[in-house]
Design a binder for this molecule. Structure first.
Ligand code: SF4
Length: 327
């Protein structure tokens, strides 16, 4: 690990200024991913700008939206009474992530900014286009059991590791950012990006843009929700496949449906075709199986991860059964 300068800031403007004026500076919040990356020499910032004291921890409901500050801790959001009442899917997904100790340190903004856990990315002796553009992708023909089945490119087949982000994309969240050009809002589904030709870019933020909050619209998804995460052990493991379900049941039919998937793409993956198919139908396993078939259209395995082509639809069906069991 290299030596670095350390600066603590207390306003978003100071945080943005510190990054804009130094290309080798990087923000640090909970540090639950960044410190690992620094220890392994994957990133080597000359200056760390500590943003944990920014006044961005509030979780609040206003007349037409719900706002979660970017510095709110994952554990505080998961245990927040309003979140559990209004957005139970988000609470479930957060509790499925990492471990209690990590959730006590990790922030909402940091969760969104975490890097892939592709082992080639973390091993500086291996080729990796995300870490070193142009060096090749070690996973493409290597050990790719955890890797993408949707939206990959021949430059990178990594997946985004977050559980929280799967819930947020499913719930149509919006990301609020502030930067040198002022404030802007990004639909959550446009925040993370597919690898394409530029796998080194995980998201659509511009240099110096700081996440300040995540907003959620008013929604009816309070009861029929489920987050199903399939992983190698029951805690402290990343998803092989995960599925987020939120359904509004009316008179025995699925009035509104939201479906998202994790562990399958470079970004949290939304299953809109399957949502449209399910909307207006009564829940049943045959209907769920048809929806899962639609959801898996275009999926492609890379060898070690071919099992996800079967695990994916089975997880979708199981999550839908669990979500509608209380209707
Ligand atoms: Fe690097 Fe992406 Fe290939 Fe992994 S999958 S080795 S992160 S380029």
């Amino acid at each position: 690990m290299i030596n670095f300068d350390y600066l603590r800031v207390t306003t978003p403007k100071a945080a943005v200024d510190a990054i804009v004026t130094n290309r080798n500076a990087q923000w640090i919040a909970g540090g639950t991913n960044l410190i690992d990356l620094m220890k392994k020499g994957v990133v080597e910032p000359q200056k760390l700008v500590d943003i944990t004291n920014l006044p961005l921890k509030e979780i609040k409901k206003t007349s037409n939206k719900f706002s979660i500050g970017a510095m709110a801790l994952n554990s505080d959001v998961a245990d927040n009474e309003l979140v559990q009442k209004e957005y139970p899917l988000l609470s479930l997904a957060l509790k499925a992530g990492a471990s209690q100790q990590l959730r006590n340190m990790a922030t909402v903004g940091g969760n969104m900014m975490q890097r892939t856990r592709c082992p080639y990315f973390y091993n500086i002796d291996m080729p990796c286009n995300k870490r070193q553009p142009g060096s090749g992708c070690g996973a493409l023909k290597g050990f790719n059991r955890m890797h993408a089945i949707f939206g990959a490119s021949d430059k990178c087949i990594a997946v985004h590791p977050s559980d929280m982000c799967v819930a947020l994309v499913t719930l149509d969240a919006t990301v609020v950012v502030t930067g040198p050009k002022g404030e802007r809002r990004i639909p959550f589904q446009d925040f993370h990006r597919l690898p394409g030709e530029l796998p080194q870019k995980d998201n659509t933020l511009e240099r110096g843009e700081l996440i300040t909050a995540v907003e959620l619209p008013d929604q009816p998804f309070k009861k029929n929700v489920h987050y199903l995460k399939i992983r190698d052990r029951s805690s402290y493991a990343f998803a092989l496949v995960s599925v987020a379900v939120a359904i509004d049941m009316q008179n025995g039919k699925m009035n509104q449906v939201r479906l998202g998937m994790g562990g399958v793409a470079h970004k949290p993956w939304r299953l809109k075709e399957a949502e449209n198919f399910l909307t207006g139908k009564a829940p049943s396993e045959p209907v769920f199986r048809e929806a899962a078939k639609l959801a898996m259209r275009g999926a492609k395995g890379y060898g070690h991860n071919n099992f996800k082509l079967k695990l994916g639809p089975n997880t979708i069906v199981e999550a839908l059964i669990k979500a509608t069991a209380t209707s």
